[in-house]
Structure formats: C-alpha cells, structure tokens
Design a protein around this ligand. Structure first.
Ligand code: ATP
Ligand code: MG
Length: 179
C-alpha cells in the first residue's frame, strides 16, 4: 500500500501532465491567434493586449524523476513526431541554429508541423533537453534558443534540472516544475 505522500505526489504529477497536455492541445490554435494579433498590431500598433500564450514549456526536476520520458511519451501519445536536442551538446549559437533554427522557422517544415504535408496528419514537436546544461560562457547559445522559441511554428518542451538557474530564467516559458 502506498503512503499518502507518494499518492499525493503522483496526483500532483498527473495534474501537471494534464496541464501540459492541454497546452499542447491548444498550441496551434493559440499560435495562429498570436500571429494574427501580431499582424493586426502592425497595421494598428496600439491595438491588442499581450497574449498570455507561451510557445515553449519548461519541465524541471531532479535527475531521474522522469522529465524526458514524460515529454516523449505524452508527445507520442498525441501523435507528434518528436525531435530531440540536447542543449548541453549544442555548444554554440551556430550549432543551435543549424539544428533547430531552420527547422522550426522554415516554412515548408512549418507546414509539415501543422500536418499539412502529404495528406497525412503529422505534427512536429521539439524537446530541448538539459537547458541548464549549457556552458556558463554560452550566452549566444541561450540567445539562439530564445530566437528559436520566438520563431517556432511547433511546440517546444524545454527540460532542465534547476528551475532557478539564471540561464533558464531568461527564457519566456510556461513552467511545469518537478515533472
Ligand atoms: N512513470 C514512470 N514509470 C516508471 N519508470 C519511469 C517513469 N518515468 C520515467 N521512468 C524511468 O525512469 C528513468 C529516468 O527517467 P528520465 O530519463 O525520463 O528522467 P529525467 O528526469 O529526464 O532524468 P535526467 O534529468 O537525468 O535526464 C528512466 O529509466 C525511465 O525509463
Ligand atoms: Mg532527461
């Protein structure tokens, strides 16, 4: 029999996964609204309050708690094709852009991300693992990741161990702690 503490922890985790699922479920609709609002603002700069929608989510928690597995299993269950990158391997801005920048901003791939290609309903999502694992000197890498998030046409799930890390704090993310 489980202790009530374990049961409670599991329930809380379940709630976070449900929130993450809801965020993914409305992602393309919210992003389309954001893009439409941005286009409208160009015509009438004073209109529209800022949206609360976030293009990227952040899962945080200690090693081995199941962050990467949760992200992968959930995305696969929602029929996403998952691209996994490890931020601590992508040492420079150039590398990050080569891996991710083209991919998320590129129109043809964006169409693919929307499921418009080949008549098949495929969606792409990006997992950016170990976001707090970038080397301390890699400010360019973090800036590149920020750029990728801003331009992204697909959901991005960022993963880190330390939510309080200054590096992660610079990202504008929907946060799900301790998944
Ligand atoms: N819900 C679960 N039930 C059983 N095993 C799980 C579950 N989630 C993850 N695991 C297992 O726990 C181990 C660690 O999971 P995972 O790699 O996802 O953790 P992590 O939080 O990403 O860790 P790290 O910070 O080290 O990358 C893996 O072997 C995985 O298969
Ligand atoms: Mg992991």
């Amino acid at each position: 029999m489980e202790s009530s503490k374990v049961t409670k922890a599991r329930e809380q985790k379940g709630c976070k996964v449900k929130r993450l699922e809801a965020w993914l479920g409305s992602w393309h609709r919210e992003n389309a609204a954001l893009e439409a609002a941005a286009a409208a603002r160009e015509k009438a700069p004073k209109g529209q309050a800022a949206s609360t929608f976030h293009k990227a989510a952040l899962l945080s928690g200690p090693p081995g708690v199941g962050k990467t597995s949760t992200a992968k299993v959930l995305l696969q269950a929602l029929n996403y094709d998952v691209v996994e990158l490890n931020a601590s391997d992508t040492r420079s801005q150039k590398q990050l852009q080569a891996f991710a920048g083209d991919m998320v901003g590129n129109t043809s791939i964006a169409d693919f991300a929307d499921g418009k290609v080949g008549g098949k309903q495929r969606k792409l999502a990006l997992i950016m693992d170990e976001c707090d694992g970038m080397s301390a000197g890699d400010r360019g890498g973090m800036m590149a990741l920020l750029g990728v998030i801003k331009a992204s046409k697909m959901p991005i799930i960022c993963i880190c161990n330390d939510r309080q890390s200054a590096k992660v704090n610079t990202l504008d993310l929907m946060t799900f702690d301790d998944i």
